[in-house]
Each structure stands twice: as C-alpha cells, then as structure tokens.
Design a protein around this ligand. Structure first.
Ligand SMILES: NC(=O)c1ccc[n+]([C@@H]2O[C@H](COP(=O)([O-])OP(=O)(O)OC[C@H]3O[C@@H](n4cnc5c(N)ncnc54)[C@H](OP(=O)(O)O)[C@@H]3O)[C@@H](O)[C@H]2O)c1
Length: 296
C-alpha cells in the first residue's frame, strides 16, 4: 500500500505567512506528538510542545519553541499551558489533541480502573483541552482543532474494546463540534493513525496484556497477534501521522477525517467500499476471528 505523501493531502501552508502561526500539541514527549512538533518547527511555525514532564532537549529550536507542562487529566495544567503559550507567542492558531494511552486485553478482563484511566486521558482529556481553547479561538474567529483518534475509529479491532470506545467518543465529539464551531470560523479535524509499532504506545500496552487475555481467548489472541506481524512494512510511522496532522492543521476546506498511514488508509477505503456485513467479514478474516455458530 503506497504511503500518502504530505502533498497527497489538499493543504494550504498557514505557516508561510510573515507572522508564523502557532500550534499547541499535547503529548510531545514521544511518538506522533514529537514527530508532529518537529514537522511544524521545520515548516516555520511557533510550537508549544506540551508534555507531562517537560524535556526541552527533545526538540532543537529556541526562538519558536516553548516546551511546557500539560497533563490532559488536570484542568488547571491545561489552562496554565494555554496561558503560557499565548503569553509567549501572542495567540494559538491550532491545537493538536494527540496525548493518549492504549490498552490491550479482553473486555471482560479489563479492570474498571483501566477503562476509566483510558477514558480520562483519551476522551475526557481531549474534551477538557478542547473546551479550554475554544474561547480563545472564538474571540479571534479562526483556528483549527485537530483531534488524533485512531484507525480503530474506522475499523474497531478485537481486544482493544475500551480503547476503541474512548476513541469513538472523540470521533462523535469532533463531528458534532465541526458543525457547532464552523459558523464561528473554527475548523475541526480528525487524524486517524494506523498501528505504529515503533512509538511507546505499543510497548506501554504490551506490558499489561498477558494478565488480560483469559485462557478462553488465548488461541484467538495468538492468531490475531500473529496476523499483525505478517506485513510489518505496511504499518504507520510517526512521519505519516505528522504529515496528516500538518495537512489537517493547514487545510482550508471542510474535510473532517484524515486516515494516516497505509493500514489506516486501506481500512478507510474498505469501509467506504463494502456494506457492513462484508466489511466485518473482511476484518474477521484479517484478524483470525470467527462468527458465532449458526445454532446459537
Ligand atoms: N501508536 C499507535 O499504534 C497508535 C495508533 C492509533 C492512534 N494512536 C494515538 O496516537 C496518539 C499518540 O500515540 P503514540 O503512538 O505517539 O504513543 P506514545 O509514544 O506513547 O505517545 C503518547 C504521548 O501521550 C502522552 N500522554 C499520556 N498520558 C498523558 C496525559 N495524561 N497528559 C498529557 N500527555 C499524556 C505521553 O506522555 P508521557 O511521556 O508523559 O507518558 C506521550 O507523550 C495517542 O492518542 C494514541 O492513542 C496511536
């Protein structure tokens, strides 16, 4: 599957005007957030790179960079980071809600506490950060909110039900918001990355999973995980996601969703092309899942 280049997205370059535009990105300590911060800096933007624990050495720029603390589960930390960004650069034009955590395991074995933790970060954290930036964008009558969901927002995958639910919530939130904020001059975009085995995301959730696959699921989980190893070159990279985030941030059109990475683009095409039953049959084959027997 061909990788979409940044040019394959219809985008306009906001950052090439005389006054650099400013982007605030959550979760810049690694993965897609860090890759996106680097791309915006390379394209001449001011970047407010936020992290739970600021690590300025990760990014190589002085004048157009502010590395500052932001924990999306802490409303006062969100407000303070936005204030610091505005104090430093005068305004924020784009916010990228990228911070997120994964969780892998059978739904029945996923502890309530884990479900809540996933929602606190991936859903409530995004909603709180969005609510905090809207008044600033609304006063200026412009700006773009980019929410990073996942290809599971296109094609839910097994054994990540809580994670999928947290991202589906943001798919709906964003689509609703796109209507609500459009007349105020604010754009809303969704970037849907495919699976990227190289960020911390996969290693973080891999640590949890052995306890969360009860014996009854072991064969299926084994087939599913083996199927994910089959075509490693078709997975998503940080550069794929940074390019999609940048395209979404600089777009002047009404496009809402940006699948990022070859696996996500392929799933979006399948979803568009096939009726639901045929689509789900394809996913079952892909992941080694079976339908319930006809008699039950
Ligand atoms: N990698 C994938 O396969 C994949 C696929 C689809 C979608 N995504 C989504 O893409 C986004 C980025 O993931 P990634 O792959 O780049 O993973 P990553 O390398 O683990 O990066 C996640 C970032 O989120 C930050 N974060 C976690 N909890 C936070 C909180 N409460 N407040 C602020 N920041 C927090 C992490 O910071 P710390 O260093 O402080 O933990 C880290 O900077 C996530 O929303 C994820 O759900 C990932």
């Amino acid at each position: 599957m061909a990788r979409p280049s940044p040019r394959s997205y219809c985008s306009e370059h906001q950052g090439e005007t005389n006054m650099p535009s400013t982007v605030l990105i959550t979760g810049c300590s690694s993965g897609f957030g860090l890759a996106s911060a680097k791309l915006f800096l390379a394209r001449g933007w001011n970047v407010v790179a936020t992290m739970r624990s600021p690590q300025p050495h990760l990014l190589d720029e002085k004048d157009r960079l502010l590395v500052t603390a932001l924990d999306v589960t802490n409303p006062s930390s969100i407000a303070a980071a936005i204030e610091r960004g505005i104090a430093r650069f005068g305004q924020i034009d784009v916010i990228v809600n990228n911070a997120g955590i994964g969780w892998f395991g059978a739904a029945e074995a996923t502890p309530d506490e884990a479900v809540r933790q996933v929602f606190e970060t991936n859903t409530f954290g995004v909603i709180a950060t969005t609510q905090a930036i809207i008044p600033h964008l609304r006063e200026r009558g412009s700006g773009t909110i980019v929410n990073v969901t996942s290809s599971v927002g296109i094609a839910p995958m097994p054994l990540v039900a809580a994670y999928t639910a947290s991202k589906f919530a943001i798919e709906g939130f964003s689509e609703s918001l796109a209507y609500e904020l459009g007349s105020l001059g604010i754009r809303v975009k969704i970037v849907q990355p495919g699976f990227a085995p190289t960020t911390n995301f996969a290693s973080n959730f891999r640590g949890n999973m052995s306890d969360l696959i009860p014996a009854a699921y072991a064969d299926f989980a084994g087939r599913y995980l083996a199927s994910m190893q089959n075509e490693p070159t078709a997975y998503t990279t940080g550069d794929d996601v940074a390019a999609a985030v940048y395209a979404a941030a600089t777009s002047k059109d009404d496009r809402l969703r940006y699948p990022a990475g070859p696996d996500s683009v392929m799933l979006a095409e399948l979803r568009r092309a096939l009726p639901e039953e045929a689509f789900m049959a394809r996913i079952r084959t892909m992941v080694g899942a079976s339908s319930p027997p006809m008699h039950s």
